[in-house]
Design a protein around this ligand. Sequence first.
Ligand code: FEO
Ligand code: CA
Ligand code: CA
Ligand code: CA
Length: 595
Amino acid sequence: VAAEAGSLDRFAFDEIAHGVDTTHHVAPGHDARVLIRWGDPLFADAPAFDPHDQSADAQERQFGYNNDYVGFVPLEGRLDRGLLVVNHEYTNEELMFPGLPAPQAGDDFTGITDEMMEIEKAAHGLSIVEVVREQGRWGYVRDSRYNRRITPRSTEIALSGPVAGHARVRTDADPEGRRVIGTLNNCAGGTTPWGTILTCEENFHGYFLGDAAHHPEKDQLARYGVPGHAYDWGRTDPRFDIAREPNEPNRFGWVVEIDPKDPASTPVKRTALGRFKHEGAATLIAEDGRLVVYMGDDQRFDYVYKFVSRDLVDTADPAANRDLLDHGTLYVARFEADGTVSWLPLVQGQGPLTADNGFATQADVLIDARLAADALGATPMDRPEDIEANPVTGGVYVMLTNNHQREADRIDAANPRAENLFGHVLEIVTEGRHTATENRWDILVRCGDPAKGEVGAMWNPATSENGWFAAPDNCAVDARGRLWVTTDQGSGWPNTGTADGVWALETEGERRGTGKMFFRVPVGAEMCGPCFTPDDTALFVAVQHPAADGAEAFPGHAGRSSFENPATRWPDFAEGVPPRPSVVAITRQGGGTIG
Ligand code: FEO
Ligand code: CA
Ligand code: CA
Ligand code: CA
């Protein structure tokens, strides 16, 4: 495999064109078929999807909304049978429920009933579902004994690591501070070498309401944007009202570990990995046998982190790694202008992380990880989204999606553009030294249209007019060490004239920095969850919130999208049926390697 690195054009497919329409597109020679949709029943007794007759109990037995991260865990060592683990990040009420007005700025919650809020909760969380390939086609297995829903409505989750039991995570419902109901805003994630899934709690602040002015931790809440008032759940559920349950926000913003092969297992919030708006968690076994987890905190001017375990990964006995993520060191990155990246440890008692500065225990450092990283002088980045490590090259790729708020006097070498509308991809050059406290870094591409000088893009000149992209978000490295990037332009897609999608991106040799367009989503969607089977014969992608973003700019569509008037009814295209976030399985016609 390593011999391929550096050869010209490791992507053999013919690329597709930029554009936007109501459906999805994939490179010639491939099939892209919908595998599972919002509302599809997961269990024998689950009701069929009926958007005009929804209930929370039905939704808890069906595939959830807004699929984001997708993980694949082979079953019985087979590559044609496995478990898909899928995050359901959030909900778009105006597209889910009939009769609601499209949202306007500053006009939240209009018309949302108590029952709708319970359906929203049931549509969040994760789905674990068995999938099989038969006659070349992937499908899901209804009522597999592995199928499971995890929701913020009903799933008990353990807190472990240094924060478990701390006074700042105790609540009326959980006076021990060790049991949380649910996981929220699960964005991207990762798969561990021992076959568990890491799912990441991102914009948890939006689920809380109330007034922070008299809250005992109001400064800490402010650094995390709590309360975010994006959902109204606190109206009926006291734990989402910070006046009634002041510690509940400290119980979200964690990386959660799930064993998908044990449907009765209790997921675990691994607090040693720190609390922030976690995008993803890329794991690898480092040069000395310990586990390293690379993580981004997706907010403008927030940070890149890595966790290094104390103990070695036991590759022979998966169960021996049960508590591996509870012990180790969390570091935050400072990117120097000379091309060095320094990893600064978040350890209580070291440097400024003292009791006098508000960090009395390691639990305080972890709960307030953003404030600890501020104190250490970490480099504020242009929204760190997904990170992936390439085991073939040692490169670690950091998706920096955009940051229109970066002012000219705040640019730095690692975030070199003012008003960065299109984002960039940064590479941490580890040369296989993943536990080091110093590495090198470089910028792989500056995104956006290279034909427009004012954009300030930087691509390999071999990139075609369709090969460039904007707003990198998720990414995957396939078994051949090739990088694939997916995008999330939000309502900014009219700035590029193309919908989001999947692009291949060369990282080595003469073609380093060349993009190539592979897949395109329907209007208003973002592209999430690129996940390859270990043999690279299937690529699972998650089409999130079709019709939602930028519908006003879509030719032929009037105004914002709503249930009654969406910009697309992908993938069913049936009158009265709203668009449905869905996972798509991509395969090569006749079999073989993707791309
Ligand atoms: Fe949920 Fe940062 O994307
Ligand atoms: Ca998203
Ligand atoms: Ca994302
Ligand atoms: Ca994004």
